[in-house]
Design a binder for this molecule. Structure first.
Ligand code: ZN
Length: 208
């Protein structure tokens, strides 16, 4: 008896019961005596007050201000980069959101007062398509996700040498290629090169 009213695949408008049996509880409505769901979710019966409730399923994770995201740079335009988001607060995101960030960080909040900020004014730091970066959401203005990279744990977490395709080592002020010695002046995160990031670099080409 009870089981037939408990369904984990409820869609909006689905008839769940009739009011003679159960009252309309959370996320439900009554239409001509039928109790129907107003959301996607799963139904439960509360026998103490004979109500039928629907627990809403989690909507897709949408980045919020303050969230930390990790993704790869899929486009460069002017002083902006576009970042395809792969992780939101360390949870994998399949939703395919893109965020934007300025390669000049002077307008962002943050209290990271290193000379990175001053140097960025000169436009010396570079970003390249494919760089794996970590950013923090600071604005959702105009339906765009705006990231700042302006903190010591933000910035590039992995990339490869543009000249020869080999691994970089983090050095003061940027990255140095282990193989050809190429130095690039980059905004690098404090934990650059962790193994979890190196595997992401390869995955970005696999059409996640
Ligand atoms: Zn190299």
């Amino acid at each position: 008896m009870r089981k037939s009213y408990e369904n984990s695949h409820i869609t909006p408008g689905m008839m769940l019961s009739v009011i003679e049996e159960f009252d309309a509880g959370k996320n439900t409505y009554v239409d001509e005596g039928d109790v129907r769901s107003s959301v996607i979710g799963g139904s439960t019966i509360d026998f103490s007050d004979r109500t039928l409730n629907v627990k809403q399923k989690n909507p897709p994770m949408i980045p919020k201000i303050g969230d930390i995201v990790v993704g790869y740079i899929d486009m460069l335009f002017g002083n902006m980069i576009s970042v395809r988001i792969l992780y939101i607060n360390e949870k994998f995101s399949k939703s395919g959101f893109s965020a934007i960030a300025s390669t000049r960080m002077f307008y962002s909040g943050g209290n990271y007062n290193s000379n990175w900020r001053e140097r960025s004014f000169k436009g010396k730091y570079i970003f390249k398509v494919g760089d794996i970066i970590r950013g923090k959401v600071y604005s959702l203005l105009n339906s765009s996700i705006h990231l700042t990279l302006d903190d010591k744990d933000l910035g590039i977490v992995y990339t490869i040498c543009f000249s020869c395709g080999n691994e970089f080592t983090k050095v003061p002020g940027g990255l140095k290629c282990n193989s050809c010695g190429n130095f690039e002046d980059r905004k690098v995160s404090i934990d650059y090169g962790k193994e979890s990031f190196t595997s992401l670099y390869d995955k970005q080409f696999l059409n996640l």
